[in-house]
Write a protein that binds this ligand. Structure first.
Ligand code: 9WN
Length: 461
């Protein structure tokens, strides 16, 4: 374990760069120099959760760097671009958010699962230098509040408790089958030729990585179609949410939203702002109830809702997202037992390397393709933390401990990759899946090592 721990730190160091933003310089961590050469929102929130154990200043800088890309309206974009990097497509010239953002930093125009408040609470809780932690919290709290207000205002104008996402990239689980119903409704012949040409001439992921691990061409047509539309609509989110051909209430995004409001509530109480905290407590409760109301007894899952153009259509595609309400502690006893059965079923989610991004019994299961089969450390982390919330439920605690070990073993054995083969099949060139030297996997390793492995070892000795 110790050797892997040391390697995790060196992966993060290798991926860290110094970015100049105005008069400020920040250390920021790129997901992987093989392709992802900018800063990503929920990756960075996770990086900081691991970094805080090894270098508190570095962890804070990671978050300050992310916040340097926050728009005047509160949006924290999904990518903060490094201006000189050209490897990643689509780059800033495609997004063209400059006039909408109100800042001089180049960013994308959509967001990602709002993990940041959860990350800040974790950092604040474990930091040893209390003075610096206090300064960090003071600096970040107003930014978190404006981000949450922004999301609530634009993504839940109808006050349903569930936020709407307008691009599969916002879910962080880009080509998950739970988007198929909505994405297939965007007919390919309605996508302008110049968008398709742009994909043909500029797409880099399949040149730098393995095509069989990446989303398909039709996915990219639709991804870029949405980006180009929103750019034409000048990133006006009232219009985008109302008129986009893709608008979905996603269970994974909302489970994190639910938990993030609880984190923000806790942070505000910690600094004595009890009255302001109440709003976020209510949002948390409202989302928790709304998540519970998506349960489908027939398919035994928490569902997404397609709200494109004002419709309300259930999406019953089963994927790893159905377990995410665990992370928000939003699962009652009956549903918990149903989910546990699926997580421990070797024909569904309990694969040799658990948990695959969709169950083995789903006909769409594709062992190497991105979010359509492979195992990802980040979703394992959410399930680990989720199971840990059910402290009275012994089976949850046993499964949690097992998945902590299996996730750490997976990283130790296969290295720091973006995702892993759920059936433990060795790929010919002995790589795991996706891009390599991956910061997310390194940071999650550090987090699990400190939060679970060390504390268990200390308890035993
Ligand atoms: C699009 C950086 C990001 C992750 C996402 C993952 C992947 C990007 C892409 O990489 O998405 O945002 O180009 O494939 O799906 O979760 O944040 O690691």
């Amino acid at each position: 374990m110790e050797q892997t721990y040391a390697r995790a730190i060196s992966v993060l160091k290798q991926n860290s760069i110094t970015a100049q933003v105005g008069n400020q310089t920040y250390r920021r961590t790129l997901p992987s120099k093989e392709f992802y050469v900018h800063q990503w929102n929920w990756d960075s929130a996770t990086h900081a959760m691991g970094l805080i154990y090894i270098d508190e200043d570095w962890a804070y800088e990671e978050i300050y760097s992310l916040l340097s890309g926050q728009w005047h309206n509160g949006l924290i974009p999904h990518i903060i671009f490094n201006p000189d990097e050209r490897k990643y497509f689509p780059g800033p010239d495609v997004w063209r958010t400059d006039s909408a953002s109100g800042i001089s930093v180049q960013t994308s125009g959509i967001t990602q699962p709002p993990l940041l408040a959860i990350s800040v609470l974790h950092m604040y809780s474990v930091a040893k230098d209390r003075k610096k932690a206090g300064v960090f919290l003071n600096n970040t709290l107003p930014r978190l509040i404006s981000y949450h207000n922004h999301l609530k205002h634009f993504r839940d104008a109808e006050n349903s408790g569930l936020l709407t996402i307008v691009h599969p990239w916002e879910s962080g689980t880009d080509n998950s089958p739970r988007w198929d119903q909505s994405m297939n409704a965007i007919a390919l012949d309605t996508i302008p030729d110049d968008v398709k040409n742009l994909v043909h001439t500029s797409r880099t992921d399949t040149m730098l990585g393995d095509t069989s691990h990446r989303p398909k061409l039709e996915d990219y047509y639709r991804y870029l179609h949405l980006v180009t539309l929103y750019r034409q609509w000048e990133w006006d989110f009232t219009k985008i949410v109302k008129s986009s051909p893709f608008a979905v209430k996603d269970i994974l995004f909302n489970a994190i939203w639910c938990q993030a409001n609880q984190a923000l509530d806790t942070l505000l109480v910690l600094v004595g702002r009890e009255e302001e905290a109440q709003k976020f407590r209510l949002w948390h409760q409202q989302t928790e109830e709304a998540i519970q109301s998506t349960w489908d007894e027939e398919h035994e899952l928490f569902r997404n809702i397609d709200v494109t153009n004002g419709k309300k259509e259930w999406i019953t595609e089963p994927t790893i997202a159905k377990f995410m309400p665990l992370y928000a502690g939003a699962v009652g006893e009956h549903h918990l037992n149903v989910l546990l059965k699926k997580l421990t079923n070797t024909h569904q989610y309990y694969t040799p390397i658990p948990f695959p991004s969709i169950g083995l019994d789903n006909p769409k299961f594709d062992d190497k393709r991105y979010w359509r089969g492979p195992t990802w450390p980040i979703t394992n982390l959410f399930i680990i933390e989720g199971l840990g919330r059910y402290t009275q439920h012994e089976a949850c605690q046993i499964l949690r401990d097992d998945i902590v070990v299996k996730t750490m073993e997976m990283i130790k054995e296969h290295g720091f990759y973006e995702y892993y083969h759920p059936l433990h099949v060795k790929i010919s060139n002995d790589r795991a899946l996706g891009f390599g030297s991956f910061s997310w996997s390194a940071a999650i390793y550090l987090y699990l090592y400190h939060k679970y492995y060390l504390s268990k070892r200390d308890r035993v000795s």
